[in-house]
Design a protein around this ligand. Structure first.
Ligand code: ADP
Ligand code: MG
Length: 338
């Protein structure tokens, strides 16, 4: 056996990147989540060639101060948590301080950023190292351009699916973020061609109409149910409107899109016999919960979480769904918001 030695920072960032940045859609997700955490009300995403050639994410959020840029690209450096207590009380989408360092380890990345009262900066990182930094962005906010993703990790490139599939994954993650944040005006374009533009007016039915189409939004029913731990609200499709996969059931926990088989099943249980085999509803279920009941520190991509009282939440969702399918009054409310 060779001697044990510590890996270089570059190499360990590349290893970490393997977990956080699996594909172009992961870059999109991490950058947009950063924009949301920065308080942006407008986010624009553009990608070229399924995101491998270029991904641009621009926001009007808080921006990063000139002297903080290096830290923003340092692994395990974050402005979002401070101590162990915060780790169990995460109110932001990010907290691991890994995304920018990981992306910079496996791509070329340029950042233009400005805070409310700064002069603004432009910096370029590549393959884990900073190449330049100078003064010079105007509007408040941040614009990040990621080029040639995985240029230095050929194995990862090989593992990617077809360009079409990678693009679908980008669209999918943006759709879910859009559904979780109707108050944010999100634009997704492919080489300038707009694929999605949400109004950002806070109205979920209108957001559903832009994501899935008006004909779908018109067949959705509002749901709502609270107990002392959880507040559940959202929109579900009428039983006659179904899809052939569970993929259209979006579960958002404190704004974070999560994968959770049991909660998706709880949605379906609410339909009871109204759903036939292999038919799945479209649903957007927003859950508000005290962050103390959620452990988001389970997986690097933060899409899996550990949830206390998951069974109770499942029952709350099931009864919200079944009540909404009986009570036609709420349906009229949902449409009034369109
Ligand atoms: P995390 O989001 O887990 O903190 P990141 O690597 O994604 O880690 O980002 C590091 C830090 O850079 C963030 O904590 C934040 O302070 C800053 N940052 C990243 N993106 C933005 C942005 N779009 N606007 C403002 N600040 C940002
Ligand atoms: Mg982040």
């Amino acid at each position: 056996m060779a001697k044990i030695h510590e890996l270089s920072e570059n190499l360990s960032n590349q290893i970490a990147a393997g977990e956080v940045i699996e594909r172009p859609a992961s870059v999109v997700k991490e950058l947009v989540e950063n924009s949301i955490d920065a308080g942006a009300s407008r986010i624009r995403v553009d990608f070229v060639d399924s995101g491998l050639k270029q991904i641009v994410v621009q926001d009007n959020g808080s921006g990063i101060a000139k002297d903080q840029i290096d830290l923003a690209f340092t692994r395990h450096a974050t402005s979002k948590i401070n101590n162990e207590h915060d780790l169990f009380n995460v109110a932001t989408l990010g907290f691991r301080g890994e995304a920018l360092a990981s992306i910079a380890a496996v791509a070329h990345i340029e950042i233009l950023t400005n805070t409310a009262n700064g002069i603004g900066s432009r910096a370029v990182f590549s393959g884990g190292s900073k190449l330049t930094q100078e003064d010079g962005a105007s509007a408040q906010g941040t614009k990040i351009t990621v080029k040639d993703l995985f240029f230095n990790t050929p194995a990862r490139l090989k593992y990617l699916r077809s360009p079409r599939t990678e693009m679908v994954k980008i669209v999918d993650i943006i759709n879910r973020i859009a559904l979780g944040y109707p108050q944010i005006a999100l634009t997704l374009s492919n080489k300038g061609k707009v694929l999605l533009r949400t109004p950002g007016n806070g109205k979920l039915p209108q957001t559903v109409a832009t994501v899935y189409g008006r004909h779908i939004a018109e067949k959705m029913v509002a749901i709502k149910n609270d107990d002392s731990d959880f507040q559940v609200a959202g929109l579900i499709s009428k039983p006659e409107l179904t899809r052939s996969t569970r993929n259209f059931i979006s579960i958002l926990l404190n704004g974070r899109y999560i994968r959770n088989f049991k909660l998706a099943t709880a949605v379906m249980d609410g339909y009871g016999s109204k759903l036939t085999a292999k038919h799945y509803p479209i649903a957007i279920i927003s859950i508000k919960v005290d962050p103390l009941l959620v452990d988001v520190n389970v997986h690097p991509t933060k899409q899996e979480v550990r949830l206390s009282k998951e069974k109770e939440l499942g029952r709350l969702i099931t009864s919200a769904v079944s009540a909404a399918l009986i009570d036609k009054g709420q349906e009229i409310d949902a449409l009034a918001n369109l």
